[in-house]
Design a protein. Structure first.
Length: 268
């Protein structure tokens, strides 16, 4: 949260409750956040209006002690020193973009030079070139659990994710298995109400594209990597974002495995 009025209101409340004129009533308050993320929203506000309501424009900003995290333990634990240095340089490049240190001086718009080793230069079929870069020799390696453990493709929108998934699925051998979601509403939730089923037609329900939920039609093959969208069992590492690999597909059940060899059955 970057809105200065929220922090100032908290400061005033703690002063009143603790009967103290010290900042936040003398209590130590820790805030966490990233100023490169979304700024406060001011309806029809100018750039000056937005800056004015941000935290760094508050009267309490001068009293803050800013602490910065400098080491990414998640990416550096157990990795070779050469990879750690490469990760550090890439992280610094990303931060420099966020700070506006890359490219010419700008007022919100700038041209940034991207290193050649990060570019896909094929303008005719860039997705195939992306697959070749991220998943080289996929037919020879897709059964190796470590192959997918070290690789992933990120995309900015769900539409691009679907396009990449559909294209990548064709590289895997074997038959496709199609799973469809339930496309009727649960009537038990409307026992005392009259439900207009026309408002919830199968066509409408099948066409929903909701963040955090798979699409109506899920097409899979044995060997493909998948990702959980719900916390199923945190102790076993089955959390939102956990990646698994399909080892068996049935009419009702599919069986994936974690990249560390844990087997699980998920019922549709």
């Amino acid at each position: 949260m970057h809105h200065k009025h929220g922090f100032q209101a908290l400061d005033k409340s703690l002063k009143d409750v603790l009967s103290s004129n010290l900042l936040f009533g003398g209590k130590v308050v820790v805030f966490g956040g990233d100023f490169r993320q979304i700024l406060p929203v001011v309806q029809k506000g100018t750039r000056q209006d937005i800056v004015n309501v941000s935290l760094c424009s508050s009267y309490i900003w001068s009293e803050y002690n800013v602490l910065k995290l400098t080491k990414n333990l998640r990416l550096t634990m157990g990795t070779p020193s050469s990879d750690v240095e490469e990760t550090r340089l890439f992280a610094k490049w990303i931060l420099d973009i966020g700070e506006g240190n890359i490219g010419c001086p700008n007022d919100g718009v700038a041209t940034i030079d991207i290193p050649d080793d990060l570019l896909i230069k094929d303008s005719v079929d860039p997705i195939s070139k992306l697959f070749d870069f991220v998943y080289p020799d996929i037919l020879q390696n897709y059964e190796n659990q470590h192959y997918f453990q070290d690789r992933a493709i990120l995309a900015p929108t769900n539409e691009i994710v679907d396009k990449i998934n559909d294209s990548l699925l064709k590289f895997f051998p074997g038959d496709e298995v199609e799973y469809l979601s339930l496309d009727t509403i649960c009537s038990s939730e409307y026992i005392n109400d009259i439900v207009d089923t026309a408002l919830y037609s199968p066509e409408l329900l099948n066409g929903l594209r909701i963040s955090g939920l798979p699409n109506h039609k899920l097409v899979l093959k044995v060997g493909v990597p998948v990702m959980l969208l719900r916390n199923l069992n945190q102790k076993e590492g089955l959390c939102n974002g956990t990646r698994l690999q399909i080892i068996s597909l049935g009419n009702v059940l599919l069986k994936p495995k974690l990249f560390r060899e844990l087997t699980l059955a998920i019922q549709f």
